[in-house]
Design a protein around this ligand. Structure first.
Ligand SMILES: Nc1ncnc2c1ncn2[C@@H]1O[C@H](COP(=O)(O)OP(=O)(O)OP(=O)(O)O)[C@@H](O)[C@H]1O
Length: 129
């Protein structure tokens, strides 16, 4: 193993370095997590529809809240999966299953919240209520 292969762990030295690593995390999410990509594309479609329907400021607040809660739930889900895999690897473990299933349930709960917000905002506009 050459010198350049030796990677060391150290604290971030600046805000810029912290931000760079956070950005790396975003790239990893987009490249490796199919569900995160799906939610990102769905979010983009929702934003475009919202512009077309000319929703007002308070409606934008609710829609953006719903979008970001789902994305954050996906981040927590991926984080949980990574930590569980790091600890147990491929070994079957009931607690690992519980952790992953509960994290996935968080995404489902966030998605239900987003669907309810979507109905409350768009149905009255579309049906002129
Ligand atoms: N080590 C394990 N021990 C027991 N069950 C596990 C283990 N790893 C995964 N599972 C089960 O398999 C399911 C799928 O796990 P996996 O790691 O493939 O998640 P995933 O398909 O990436 O999930 P998501 O679709 O939420 O991204 C988990 O929800 C869990 O029920």
């Amino acid at each position: 193993m050459g010198l350049k292969d030796k990677k060391v762990v150290r604290k971030n030295r600046s805000f810029a370095e912290s931000f760079k690593h956070a950005f790396d995390g975003l790239v990893i999410l987009c490249k490796t997590e199919r569900n995160f990509r799906f939610h990102l594309i769905a979010s983009l479609i929702v934003v475009i529809i919202s512009f077309i329907l000319k929703i007002d400021l308070s409606q934008w607040v609710w829609i953006l809240l719903a979008i970001f809660i789902v994305l954050i739930a996906e981040v927590v889900n991926t984080l949980c999966e990574s930590i569980v895999n790091l600890i147990v690897g491929n070994k079957y473990d009931e607690i690992a299953k519980k952790a992953k299933d509960v994290a996935a349930a968080g995404v489902v709960i966030a998605s239900i919240f987003a669907a309810i917000i979507g109905l409350l905002v768009y149905v009255p506009i579309i049906f002129g209520l």
